[in-house]
Design a protein around this ligand. Structure first.
Ligand code: NFS
Ligand code: SF4
Length: 683
């Protein structure tokens, strides 16, 4: 498609332009929507007004997996009296159809996270083998933690001075190579179990074994979903969901978790640091670049290239004062939590970053990249640069600069040079909104340990104590996307604020974390403003924000491990399903969110989604997800479109778990000792 065609596609049909206040609660977004309208640029917010979702697809009951369809089985408005006799040409029930559609979302979501993880593992192996100079082993402490998880020895026995055998530490690159090989093999493994399944609390792991849902290999389980959901294969929605669990566990506890671990080893485990967020991080007199997408392999190198003295000089030679590199979507979270690089915004702000007129290059890799970026970029001077062979964009003047881990820094420099060259091409008067907020981010499992446990001996015990004594009522994990069918950021903020008010500490990742950051919730000062007395007291004592930013969406694996640490610290039951904890994705849109939801449910979490799930046309299937799974996993799905109510459903679940642990009676404000906790355990 030519640039002119792309331009034509970007221009607003002007019939229906969105009212900025009805599109977003974020004022930077509102300001740029006004500019978009003035510039006659149509955005996703406008398109959401004119295109209504299909009613049957929304219910999950449209089947198009064979050419005899699409078979559409809407749930009748007047309800169904007597037996539900709806069926597709082949006889597929609404349950089978909805379950198959759901399963394919799990497959796509798990594939996306895990393919990202595979790329990381490949690069890790290349780094371990010293095939590339650009990536190295940075965090050896984490390397030594991860090695035993893959049964990789960290010492060898050598002959000592007196002839006896003594242990000697192995070379770290040797250890890394063995980890890399074993990690990469997790994708193609055909039999047995993925290594990390054992990292779950023991009863959870045993339950998975009993249910036969321990993943054999990451890819295998995804492929098996595709097979089972082919025409005429698995015709029992309960059995389909069982395979969803197996593939999703392969995402959360393998593909994503391996990605997180190996990224930490190569780029450093996050520790709390300060950063800034929102479109106001761009600067008019600087070269502005945004890295948008998901894989830190690329962005880590661009971070290095953007600080290269030679390139900084080059930027100055073009009249720029410097280079601003900001992130968007999960790439942003990755470079924030490790380098404190600024975040330009979350998913729904991507077109608007270009509408500022001040963006010299948008560099994208994979996932959550709107195709319309090319059309919008064609109307401004912004260069849109694709970098991944898996993700190209056909339209406009998109440039493809392929990024290869073997020549990573060189490729990254080429990309930065493109951005600098484009600085002098700015055409219109830019509008960079003033909005930017300070935030503290980078709460890995390790750093929570450190922060709550103190420097002397890190531990989750103080967190558990505060949950047991009631200062903290429970843990809420609020994660996920933005969705153009919802008032931008409002779902996240409403749920989080309501949880804080009721003393529920919040863990967050993904685009939710960015919504929280923009609203000032990721600062220690937020505790006083938003939290109930108990939580405020804990946060103020420890000096942490009440909302802990744990990273990108693959880093939801950190939430699984944090929950596991809480179980291990004692006093709150023996499994994740015993914890006073709940998860939510208020504004979800991506298939990845469905895979995350499913692995959280299979791990024992109560999980509530906003907007709706495409299952309402199949009531028995819905009942299976919302109720029957609780009997199997101790975790279950739910949907709630009222966000205050969503928080209260989470709180109700937390209270139920507190009651089961006998904590509803214990409100006295004393720290418990080990004996007390054991008593509680026994109760
Ligand atoms: Ni998660 Fe991150 Fe955002 Fe949703 Fe997309 S960026 S991986 S999928 S939209 S949270
Ligand atoms: Fe219709 Fe069955 Fe084919 Fe689906 S698999 S499209 S329900 S005939």
């Amino acid at each position: 498609m030519s640039a002119d065609q792309a331009k034509a596609k970007a221009v607003a049909k002007a019939k229906k332009a969105v009212d900025p206040k009805k599109a977003s609660v974020d004022t930077a977004t509102q300001k740029l929507l006004v500019k978009a309208k003035a510039d006659e640029i149509e955005t996703i917010f406008d398109r959401a007004l004119t295109m209504k979702p299909c009613n049957i697809g929304e219910q999950g009951t449209c089947c198009k997996i064979c050419a005899q369809g699409p078979c559409r089985l809407p749930y009748p408005k007047k309800g169904i009296e007597g037996e539900d006799t709806r069926k597709g040409l082949c006889g597929a029930t609404p349950e089978t159809i909805a379950a198959r559609n759901f399963a394919r979302m799990v497959a796509a979501g798990a594939a996306s996270h895990s393919d990202h993880g595979r790329g990381v593992a490949e690069t890790f192996l290349a780094a371990a083998r010293k095939e590339t100079e650009d990536y190295t082993i940075k965090d050896t402490e984490k390397l030594f933690e991860v090695a035993p998880l893959f049964d990789v020895p960290t010492t060898v026995m050598v002959e000592g001075p007196d002839g006896e055998k003594v242990p000697q530490e192995r070379d770290i690159y040797e250890i890394a190579e063995e980890i890399g090989e074993k990690a990469l093999a997790e994708w193609g493994n055909q039999q047995g179990e993925v290594y990390y399944a054992k990292r779950a609390p023991e009863p959870r792991y045993k339950l998975w074994q009993d249910l036969d849902v321990v993943p054999r290999g990451i890819d295998r389980e995804i492929v098996e979903i595709m097979h089972r959901t082919h025409m005429g294969v698995d015709q029992d929605y309960r059995n389909i969901i069982k395979q969803c669990s197996r593939a999703a566990i392969g995402d959360g506890w393998a593909g994503s978790m391996i990605a997180t671990d190996l990224q930490d080893i190569m780029f450093g485990t996050p520790y709390p640091l300060q950063g800034e967020i929102n479109l106001g991080v761009l600067k008019e007199d600087h070269v502005n670049m945004i890295v948008h997408g998901h894989e830190p392999l690329l962005s880590e190198m661009i971070v290095v290239a953007a600080q290269d003295p030679e390139l900084l000089e080059y930027a100055k030679s073009k009249g720029a004062k410097g280079i601003i590199l900001a992130g968007m979507c999960c790439t942003a979270n990755e470079i924030l939590v490790r380098h404190g690089m600024p975040i330009a915004g979350n998913y729904l702000q991507q077109e608007l970053a270009i509408v500022t007129g001040a963006l010299d290059a948008m560099i994208v890799d994979v996932q959550c990249i709107m195709e319309n970026l090319a059309n919008v970029a064609a109307c401004y001077h912004t260069k849109l640069i694709t970098t991944n062979p898996r993700a190209m964009i056909e339209s406009g003047e998109t440039i493809h600069i392929e990024f290869d881990e073997h020549s990573a820094l060189e490729d990254a420099k080429k990309i930065v040079r493109e951005a600098i060259d484009n600085f002098t091409n700015r055409s219109s008067q830019p509008l960079i909104p003033d909005e930017k907020e300070m935030m503290v981010a980078g709460f890995s499992v390790e750093s929570i340990n450190y922060h709550l446990g103190g420097t002397f001996r890190g531990s989750y015990t103080p967190l558990n104590d505060n949950i047991i004594n009631g200062r903290i009522r429970g843990i809420g994990a609020v994660v996920g996307c933005n969705n153009a069918r919802e008032l931008h950021d409002s779902g996240h903020l409403t749920v989080i604020k309501e949880l804080l008010k009721h003393n529920v500490i919040v863990l967050t990742t993904g685009c939710t974390a960015m919504a929280a950051g923009k609203a000032g919730l990721l600062t220690p000062e937020a505790a006083k403003v938003y939290c109930g007395d108990g939580l405020a007291e804990v946060c103020e004592t420890v000096g942490i924000p009440p909302v802990l930013h744990m990273g990108s969406c693959v880093d939801n694996s950190r939430i699984l491990l944090a929950a596991t640490e809480v179980v291990k610290a004692g006093g709150l039951g023996n499994d994740i399903s015993d914890l006073p904890a709940a998860g939510a994705a208020p504004e979800w849109m991506s298939e990845k969110a469905i895979s995350i939801g499913q692995y959280c449910v299979a791990s024992g979490f109560y999980v509530v989604f906003g907007l709706g799930l495409p299952i309402t046309g199949a009531p028995r299937f819905q009942k299976h997800l919302f109720e029957e799974l609780a009997d199997i996993y101790g975790g279950m799905w739910d949907v709630e479109t009222d966000y205050v109510e969503m928080a209260h459903k989470m709180i109700a679940h937390i209270d139920k778990k507190r009651a089961a642990l006998g904590l509803d009676k214990k409100k006295e404000r004393v720290l418990m000792d080990m004996a007390d906790r054991q008593k509680l355990d026994a109760a």
